[in-house]
Design a protein around this ligand. Structure first.
Ligand code: HEC
Length: 116
């Protein structure tokens, strides 16, 4: 009975990323474009019903404040860092998929958003 039912969330681990002192990624320089390219196909307030491809209606990343509401979840689903390499999202390898370097940058960006 351990097999996941379709749509059950799988949880990754905290990446332990930190915000780099030099050239820290911001929403404008990184977060917005990353979400647009890799996540908003499903996690957007503009997507309804089947177009969400199963993404929970409570998990959207259209704006910086929505991203900031979900920082630790985003880190645990999609980012790379010193303590974890998470590839749970985009779901099932939905294309395009971020590169490893982009996942590291995502971890740094999230760390900057939460002041870590
Ligand atoms: C093809 C559609 C799709 C794309 C693209 C996608 N997701 Fe998801 N996402 C889902 C579905 C379906 C779920 C709910 C089932 C699950 O958690 O596995 C989900 C759940 C989540 C959750 C909630 C997990 C929890 O903590 O409950 C987060 C956070 C998340 N996704 C982040 C992302 C991020 C970040 C990206 C972009 C890198 C992304 N997703 C891209 C479909 C998608």
């Amino acid at each position: 009975m351990l097999a996941a039912c379709g749509g059950d969330p799988v949880f990754g681990e905290d990446t332990g990323s930190t915000c780099p002192p030099t050239d820290p990624p911001t929403y404008a320089s990184f977060g917005q474009g990353f979400m647009q390219t890799y996540c908003l196909d499903c996690h957007s307030q503009l997507q309804t019903g089947d177009a969400r491809q199963g993404a929970p209606v409570t998990i959207d990343f259209d704006t910086r404040s929505l991203v900031r509401e979900n920082t630790s979840r985003i880190d645990q689903q999609a980012a790379f860092g010193p303590t974890a390499r998470n590839r749970l999202m985009p779901l099932d390898g939905h294309l395009p998929v971020p590169s490893d370097d982009e996942r590291v940058r995502l971890g740094e960006y999230i760390a900057c958003e939460i002041g870590r």
